[in-house]
Design a protein around this ligand. Structure first.
Ligand code: ATP
Ligand code: MG
Length: 868
């Protein structure tokens, strides 16, 4: 069975069990402060498990792109070294939202593996939760008994909290789980050691393939568990591992999911996969990381300097580093593999096909810049060895290994290898300490302490009414106390709210809550956590159980809306003017301005910018009314030509925002009519990354202010130039005059320097020591001084001047003086103290500038004394 067949069999099986097939959510997560990347199939259903949203269907299944490179689930360092952990992988899952529970979950899992996939039951083992005294939990006998109906008891193993109790994070829904493991060893080995003994023992051939989680508790902030009202099923099976089993392989990399890439890499490197361990690891690392990086870029997360972007950059660098060291790739190569990846996975993930060119360019650019950094890192390493190679200590400091890791992206195992090649070792304890300290630092920087929610009106779902209303009477349904760094806040949730929570690039609303008795609480900001709208306030309302009037700051909201609607018009105009390869890659809209990032490969010309601006302004003047569809079936929206964004999660019903030909999937708030935008001005255009541009623009009153400022500057300029008829010609004339004058001045300065040189020569004929206070700029005299010094090897000249209020010194010495031990630099430094200055130069010629013109005579005196 090919991997594509296996995936569709899985979905088909669960569809036949009344599960709704949902698409994979993006791998990069937007509205979740606790998570950067999707690390399990359940992430996209978090709101349902948390009780913040109703399930749209009682059962679901999918194949979800996951990335495990940060936070609670981080497999990065394993990847490539073992054969069954990836950074990016697909997780097959089935869910029950308060519908079926353990019995069916176990039966379905078993039926799929043994009757659809026809996996030999004699190779399967299962685990159940064995209980935990600290949490006061008994063993999961329910699961045990259901398993007994399918499998011999000798194959049901009891596991610890570590393996058999699944938690989403520090807080939140959790529960016991039951894993299915497979034994892929040869018969002979199985006879020697029974599979039971190898389950959860890191044996690469006895591995977990499926985890069935029984969500039945909620972990509170104080660590205790409370039962969930509705119990849920959440399962996850490693797709690549299942493919390995079904294709009779012993490594995920030997399946058709990875082989095309591995073979392509082997070809590029002129190697054969499977011949040499280090080269094999490198090929696996590269194949794996290429997927992770490409899928992230397709989801809109580019490599960068911070947060998620930095994680992606580090993954890419790790791959380049392995290729460089073990496969001899000294030039960019990863970008050339994108082709193979796209032909392998583009069918299932069209976002790769559409953005192939962009992905390729961005990877190329990252590779180029990293190869430069890498050379720097290798040099740092060599210098380190050279400068520490005294004595017997041949240990590389852990802090230095950490610096290489952190700044240059050197995986520590490769630093160890480089060290070993020269007979050195790395202080791994010190390295680990650096790593831990960094983790603690970033944890401390991001410390947000959320207390548990206090429920005031349980079981009330929140309704967003801010498309239509900016004021409403609301009830507070729950609140929690939050500490961010040392500041205290409260989060409030309402039954209905006109406040827009920051998302889709649009900032959150601000406003007020007022109680008729006089209590007034400002809403500082509004954010979204998954789909929950959270109002941030710095003091708790006094009458928590009574209705408040919630009022959005209307002026601010309208300014935001103008910018948001203008962003849509801009997107359309860019596609008109530049071509349909233009895709939105990010946007940020607030009440001051809008920012729009998009894929395009060249700098926009002045004419293109003007044309885009013109088209947007035409749409504004056409006063196009907003046509809004709140809940359009997604297929219908696509038919309407609505532009969807990569990396966004859409449900079956979507909101469509239409202004004439501009049709977009969008959840943001908009102006009723484009006419309200008033006007639109692009204020900047530039590059953000390879193949990616950024435009910043202003609308309405801000555009007017921008235009006025430009006009004011022009007016001031015109006045300065005495109101010429043709301003440009006048400026041009000024520049021409200026150039002519400068040439003239230079000519005079040269003549003057020459005259001075002749005069100095006359004096030097009389006496080799010349000390003189001048009235001209000393910097013009260097050539003359050097020429004189050659002519008069005994000369010692000291000049001082005050030019435009600034004192300066110059000392020039002939060869004989220097040979006699005098040093112009030292003299200038000593004398320079008198003018509060500093300077220096060569033994034969030095200058200094200073701050105190009154000290010039004293400075000349000091210099003269030193020369006598
Ligand atoms: P393991 O112990 O093998 O790391 P896990 O306990 O971390 O697995 P879960 O979090 O339960 O795994 O994830 C569900 C399933 O996803 C696992 O049974 C496994 O098949 C698969 N899986 C987990 N991590 C990875 C990974 N890094 N690469 C590929 N598949 C994975
Ligand atoms: Mg794991």
């Amino acid at each position: 069975m090919t991997s594509n067949e296996i995936r569709s069999q899985f979905l088909k099986f669960f569809e036949s069990k009344a599960h709704h097939i949902v698409p994979s959510a993006p791998m990069v997560i937007k509205n979740d402060p606790t998570l950067m990347f999707t690390n399990a199939g359940m992430n996209q259903f978090k709101d349902i498990f948390l009780g913040n949203a109703d399930a749209p269907y009682p059962r679901a299944c999918d194949a979800q792109k996951c990335l495990r490179v940060s936070g609670k689930h981080n497999d990065l360092e394993e990847v490539g070294h073992d054969t069954y952990h990836h950074t990016m992988f697909e997780m097959l899952g089935n869910w029950s939202f308060g519908d079926y529970f353990k019995r069916e979950a176990i039966a379905y899992g078993w039926e799929f593996l043994t009757e659809v996939m026809h996996i030999d039951k004699r190779n399967l083992y299962v685990t159940v939760f064995g209980g935990d005294a600290k949490d006061g939990l008994e063993m999961d006998t329910e699961a045990y008994n259901f398993w007994k109906e399918h499998i011999d008891e000798s194959r049901i193993l009891k596991g610890s909290k570590k393996d058999n109790f699944w938690e989403m994070g520090e807080q939140g829904p959790c529960g016991p789980c039951s894993e299915i493991h497979i034994d892929l060893r040869d018969e002979a080995e199985k006879k020697l050691v029974p599979g039971q003994e190898l389950v959860n023992k890191d044996n690469p051939l006895v591995i977990e393939i499926w985890n069935l989680v029984f969500m039945q508790y909620n972990r509170l902030a104080n660590g205790t568990l409370e039962p969930l009202k509705a119990k849920h099923i959440d399962t996850g099976m490693g797709f690549e591992r299942l493919c390995m089993v079904m294709q009779g392989k012993k490594s995920n990399y030997d399946t058709d999911v990875f082989q095309p890439l591995i073979q392509h890499i082997a070809r590029l490197a002129g190697r054969t996969y499977g011949q040499e361990n280090q080269a094999d690891i490198a090929m696996r690392v590269i194949a794996d990381h290429l997927r992770a990086v490409s899928f992230s870029i397709a989801d809109g997360q580019l490599p960068g300097n911070a947060k998620a972007g930095y994680v992606i950059r580090r993954i890419l660098r790790r791959a380049v580093r392995y290729g460089y060291t073990f496969l001899g790739f000294k030039e960019p190569f990863m970008n050339t593999l994108v082709d193979t990846l796209v032909s392998q996975m583009g069918g299932q993930y069209p976002e790769l096909v559409k953005q192939q060119q962009l992905i390729q360019r961005i990877i190329l650019e990252e590779e180029q810049s990293f190869l430069k950094t890498l050379a720097g890192g290798i040099k740092r390493f060599d210098d380190y060895i050279a400068s520490h190679a005294t004595g017997n200590n041949k240990t590389i400091d852990g802090a230095f290994a950490f610096e290489l890791f952190d700044t240059y992206g050197f995986p520590v195992d490769l630093t160890q290898l480089m060290a070993a090649a020269q007979g050195w070792t790395v202080d791994m304890e010190g390295f680990q300490q650096g790593l831990t300290e960094q983790k603690n630092r970033s944890r401390a920087a991001a410390t947000v302490e959320n207390d548990d929610w206090v429920e005031l009106m349980p079981n009330v779902n929140q309704e967003f009414i801010g498309y239509d209303e900016l004021t409403a009477e609301i009830h507070i349904t729950r609140y929690r106390h939050v500490k961010v760094k040392d500041k205290e806040f409260y989060h409030l949730v309402f039954d209905r709210t006109p406040f827009y929570g920051e998302s889709g690039g649009q900032v959150g609303d601000q406003g007020t809550l007022t109680h008729p008795a006089g209590d007034m609480v400002p809403v500082i900001n509004t954010k979204k956590e998954n789909n929950l709208i959270i109002h941030i306030v710095s003091k708790l309302p006094e009458h928590l159980d009574q209705p408040y009037k919630a009022e959005v700051d209307k002026c601010r909201r309208i300014a935001i809306q103008c910018n948001h609607s203008a962003t849509h018009l801009l997107h359309k105009a860019l596609r008109n003017v530049l071509g349909t390869h233009v895709e939105q890659k990010g946007s940020s809209v607030d009440d001051q301005r809008l920012r729009f990032d998009f894929s395009h490969f060249a700098k926009l010309t002045h004419e293109e910018i003007r044309e885009v601006e013109k088209q947007v302004n035409i749409d504004i003047r056409r006063a196009i009314a907003l046509e809004e569809h709140r809940a359009m079936p997604i297929d219908e929206a696509r038919k309407l030509g609505a532009m969807a964004l990569f990396g966004e999660k859409y449900g079956d019903k979507v909101r469509v925002v239409k202004f004439g030909d501009s049709v977009e999937f969008c959840g943001g708030t908009h102006i009723d009519n484009t006419g309200h935008i008033g006007s639109f001005r692009i204020v900047s255009e530039g590059a953000v990354a390879a193949g990616m541009r950024r435009i910043e623009a202003v609308t309405g009153a801000a555009a007017e202010t921008y235009n006025n400022n430009l006009q004011d500057q022009l007016d001031a300029l015109r006045e300065l130039l005495k109101s010429p008829k043709d301003l440009l010609a006048a400026v041009q004339r000024l520049q021409d005059d200026n150039a002519a004058l400068r040439a003239e001045v230079e000519k005079y300065q040269k003549e003057q320097a020459n005259a001075m040189k002749q005069e100095f020569a006359r004096q030097l004929e009389q006496s080799p020591l010349l000390v003189r206070r001048m009235h001209s700029d000393l910097s013009q005299l260097k050539d003359a001084m050097l020429a004189l010094a050659t002519q008069y090897p005994d000369m010692a000249v000291v000049l001082g001047s005050v030019c435009a209020g600034k004192p300066a010194l110059l000392v020039a010495l002939g060869k004989n003086r220097v040979d006699a031990g005098l040093n112009a630099g030292a003299i200038v430094r000593a004398a320079g103290k008198e003018i509060q200055g500093g300077g220096g130069g060569q033994p034969a010629y030095a200058t200094a500038g200073g701050k105190n013109p009154d000290g010039l005579d004293a400075a000349l005196h000091v210099a003269e004394e030193m020369l006598k």
